[in-house]
Ligand binder design. Structure first.
Ligand code: HEC
Length: 200
């Protein structure tokens, strides 16, 4: 990896760490929202350790082993981290309009939100929805500088990383992002039994 890329990675780490000190995005309710504040809080609280574990894994691996080690770690651990962060009442995950791992494909209810957020990422905000009687929650994921080493342009992705991506994800659509663009969404779905209990 070039010295320039290394310094971009280091700067990005600092930005990410600063980002974590800022309060979580204000939980906004729009006209299409539903459910109670406590459901929204529970969904956001369930997502939090998932987000933290993903970021911690990424940052630790990039700083100790570089982007290739981090890529291997994301490949091996991301889905386990999602399963471990899910509870009996709330299932969590990540998806995108431009997928790397086809197993992260968006459910029907996620697609219009992704399209809306993609058109206007600066306005994207967490939302609680009623999906056929089941409560669902989503938070936008914007692309940060740190992400570009694996999700940016051909010039930003080191050759060794691109070569590994080609092997692991032959249909990878998750490159070519710029900082500030929508990368995807964190989602949470309540199990139907919990949604029914909350309604009573
Ligand atoms: C070291 C390489 C690497 C970096 C850096 C990286 N990612 Fe990824 N990303 C991956 C890999 C590998 C996957 C596929 C993981 C899986 O199998 O779920 C992935 C998947 C995702 C997904 C799930 C949707 C999909 O396309 O499968 C999202 C969302 C995502 N990354 C966002 C980000 C964001 C935001 C950042 C910056 C904070 C980031 N990534 C940084 C390698 C990386």
């Amino acid at each position: 990896m070039s010295v320039l890329k290394m310094s971009i990675v280091t700067k990005s780490l600092v930005l990410i760490l600063i980002g974590q000190l800022l309060p979580a995005a204000v939980l906004a309710g729009g006209p299409d929202t539903t459910g109670t504040d406590s459901e929204q809080e529970l969904a956001a609280a369930t997502l939090l350790p998932f987000k933290q574990k993903l970021k911690k894994t990424l940052v630790t691996e990039i700083s100790s082993g570089g982007p290739l080690a981090a890529l291997n770690a994301c490949n091996l651990e991301a889905s386990d981290i999602a399963v471990a962060a899910s509870t009996q009442s709330v299932r969590v995950g990540r998806t995108s309009h431009k997928l790397r791992n086809p197993a992260n494909a968006p459910a029907d209810w996620m697609q219009p939100l992704l399209a809306k957020w993609q058109a206007n990422p600066a306005e994207a905000a967490p939302v609680l929805l009623d999906v056929n009687g089941v409560t669902a929650y989503a938070e936008p994921i914007l692309t940060g500088e740190l992400c570009l080493v694996c999700h940016g342009s051909a010039e930003q992705i080191p050759e060794a990383v691109q070569a590994r991506l080609d092997v692991l994800y032959p249909d990878d659509a998750a490159t070519g992002f710029s900082a500030g663009e929508l990368r995807g969404m964190f989602w949470a779905e309540f199990t139907p039994a919990v949604t029914e209990a909350a309604a009573q």
